[in-house]
Ligand binder design. Structure first.
Ligand code: SF4
Ligand code: SF4
Length: 334
């Protein structure tokens, strides 16, 4: 049994989510390194060769500092999904006096400033949260889907060689889900886990159908319960949503570990512990937006000094301390 499997079995599994469409290589490299050193069991990345290479550079740094290597997971979807999109607009169409609400609402600082001369969406930073879409009074912002074509999945996965894959699914997509499993098989990969990411809208009977398909293809499932997908700015409300979905799923689910996600933050564990019968069903947690936001000021400070965060001897220990403050309660959970 690997340390990651032991963590799942003991309810102490922690995953860091970079974002299924996040391609900000510099921050991914740093955050993968810092969160690996802080103790995550898995890093969840976009299925993109440059992203996986950047994360592996960060993980190599963490290993050199004594970290156990976490699993590398890449995310796919079986159809259109908000996790797999980017925003786009043509800045030449923006009125010159627009106060740029789009820029203010973006949690990823992915909309460039007018002053920099790059006032559109910085695609590599955009992770598709969708906040900017309704913010534009002119309705200029559109979303562009990033769902992979069927023929590209097997060769891409064979190239990336992840330890695990996460498949995002939605209601009514059993056939598309099974097609993705066939493409996975064609890659020749032996995966440690096949995680299924599903929100409250996917019914239990449908989850049992997904389970039957996973077992037919020989996969070990991991259920990611996406309480409040793409919540970005997280708070007590989103943490409650994730725990509420776990409570609803704590009986009647197909076999396999249940992991919280979608709106998780520092409030998630106290909410969970207030409901011991639900807590007992929980195998762990994934942190996305909150993990990024926690270290964003230090990433920016390092950038201002012209170096990577993990190469700044003053800043990276502070980043590690912050990352540990988020993870430690889960890693030491009784
Ligand atoms: S607000 Fe969200 S969708 Fe819009 S640019 Fe920023 S990260 Fe992308
Ligand atoms: S809010 Fe709309 S019009 Fe204003 S800068 Fe953003 S995209 Fe352009």
């Amino acid at each position: 049994m690997t340390p990651a499997d032991r963590a799942l079995a003991s309810g102490r599994w922690v995953k860091w989510i970079a974002g299924a469409s996040n391609q900000d290589l510099e921050s991914i490299e740093d955050l993968a390194g810092i969160y690996a050193l802080a103790g995550v069991h898995c890093v969840d990345l976009a299925a993109d060769a440059a992203v996986v290479a950047a994360a592996r550079r960060g993980l190599a740094w963490a290993e050199a500092h004594g970290a156990a290597p976490p699993w590398v997971m890449v995310s796919l979807s079986d159809g259109e999904d908000p996790h797999f999109r980017k925003a786009w607009f043509d800045p030449r169409r923006c009125p010159p006096d627009c106060p740029r609400p789009c820029e203010r609402v973006c949690p990823a600082l992915a909309i460039g400033e007018r002053a920099t001369g790059a006032p559109g969406v910085l695609a590599e930073r955009c992770y598709g949260c969708g906040r900017c879409l309704p913010a534009c009074p002119q309705g200029l912002i559109e979303e562009r889907s990033l769902v992979l074509e069927a023929g590209t999945v097997a060769p891409l996965l064979a190239e990336l060689r992840p330890d695990a894959v996460e498949l995002h699914t939605s209601p009514g997509r059993q056939q598309a889900f099974e097609q993705r499993l066939r493409q996975l098989r064609a890659s020749g990969l032996a995966l440690r886990r096949l995680a299924v990411s599903a929100g409250a809208e996917v019914s239990l009977p449908e989850l049992w159908q997904r389970f039957a398909a996973l077992r037919a293809w020989g996969h070990r499932p991991l259920w990611q319960l996406d309480g409040r997908p793409m919540s970005g700015d997280v708070g007590a409300g989103t943490a409650r949503a994730a725990v509420a979905l776990l409570a609803a799923r704590s009986t009647g689910m197909p076999p396999g570990p249940l992991q919280l996600a979608g709106g998780t933050n520092g409030s998630s564990l106290p909410f969970l512990q207030a409901r011991p019968e639900v807590a007992a069903a929980c195998s762990g947690v994934a942190f996305g937006g909150v993990a990024r936001r926690l270290l964003q000021p230090l990433l920016a400070a390092a950038q201002g000094r012209g170096r990577a965060l993990r190469h700044d001897p003053e800043l990276w220990p502070r980043a590690l301390e912050l990352a540990r403050s988020l993870l430690q309660p889960w890693l030491e959970r009784s």
